[in-house]
Design a protein around this ligand. Structure first.
Ligand SMILES: Nc1ncnc2c1ncn2[C@@H]1O[C@H](COP(=O)(O)OP(=O)(O)OP(=O)(O)O)[C@@H](O)[C@H]1O
Ligand SMILES: [Mg+2]
Length: 255
């Protein structure tokens, strides 16, 4: 058994004739700050769907904290410490921010109760909601309906929901998508404050966020892994520049 938080080994998946995962191998250590990049349609969201159990791989294995979860149900993966946010919002729009977070905290408390016995108290749930509101600096919006929030604030509520599950591995699918520049800078600042022990994988097209957040980067292209390395390795890699970074203004090296 290794100490990896998440291991993906030899993963394959096809949609009909389209191969969306071709022998994907991938490891996240505890506390990883890892980015997954690549052109549209490369298979990044598909990989997250395979890891979280939304999709079944046709071959390969996925291990979470050393436990084989390749065929585990979604709920089991959450119990073992996996959480994600979506490229498209998944909040209860008519409910308030605090209510949305409370639902997630209460769900986590119920999961813990099944594992450890009914030890949680209502006051502890309220305290945890307050802690998450403070962590993401959204206390001022606690009583507002999610439907009335600006888009950037909704994305922060989604992050709070994912953290309510106290994950060991957190998968973020385009957290900055659609955010104005100022909001994506704030998001980056908040991401750097995530608990140090949580392994974080961020899928993003915002290269400024990627280069500032990640310690390692994996590049996907046409369902396969094209390259993996440090930020410097990836920025210098000619194949990565060919298929992706070379087409992007925000990836130009600073002069
Ligand atoms: N349920 C599905 N059925 C058939 N094809 C699919 C399905 N989901 C995704 N695909 C296809 O699989 C390929 C990979 O898609 P995926 O969404 O994983 O790409 P991505 O890297 O996340 O792209 P983006 O950066 O645009 O989000 C694409 O060609 C997509 O059209
Ligand atoms: Mg995607």
């Amino acid at each position: 058994m290794t100490g990896a938080a998440l291991e993906v080994a030899g993963l394959h998946k096809s949609f009909g004739a389209l191969r969306v995962a071709r022998d994907v191998n991938f490891t996240l250590e505890p506390g990883a700050r890892h980015a997954l990049i690549g052109p549209n349609g490369a298979g990044k969201t598909t990989l997250v769907n395979l890891i979280t159990g939304v999709l079944r791989p046709s071959a390969g294995a996925i291990r979470l904290g050393g436990v084989d979860i390749t065929r585990a149900r979604l709920e089991r993966r959450v119990v073992l410490g996996l959480a994600r946010t979506f490229q498209i919002s998944s909040l209860f729009a008519p409910l308030s921010v605090a209510e949305n977070i409370a639902l997630a905290v209460a769900a986590k408390a119920r999961i813990d109760a099944q594992v450890y016995g009914p030890t949680y108290k209502r006051a502890a749930i309220v305290a945890e909601v307050q802690r998450l509101l403070a962590l993401f600096e959204i206390e001022a919006t606690a009583g507002r309906r999610v439907a009335d929030l600006a888009y950037g604030q909704r994305r922060l509520v989604e992050l709070a929901l994912a953290l309510a599950l106290k994950p060991k591995v957190l998968l973020l699918d385009e957290p900055a998508a659609g955010l104005p520049k100022r909001d994506s800078e704030r998001l980056l600042d908040l991401l750097t404050r995530l608990p140090a022990e949580v392994a974080v994988l961020v899928i993003e097209h915002d290269m400024e966020l990627v280069f500032n957040f990640a310690r390692r980067i994996t590049v996907m292209f046409e369902g396969g892994i094209l390259a993996e390395g440090t930020v410097g390795d990836i920025r210098r890699n000619p194949r990565v520049r060919d298929v992706y970074l070379g087409h992007r203004r925000d990836a130009e090296p600073a002069q």
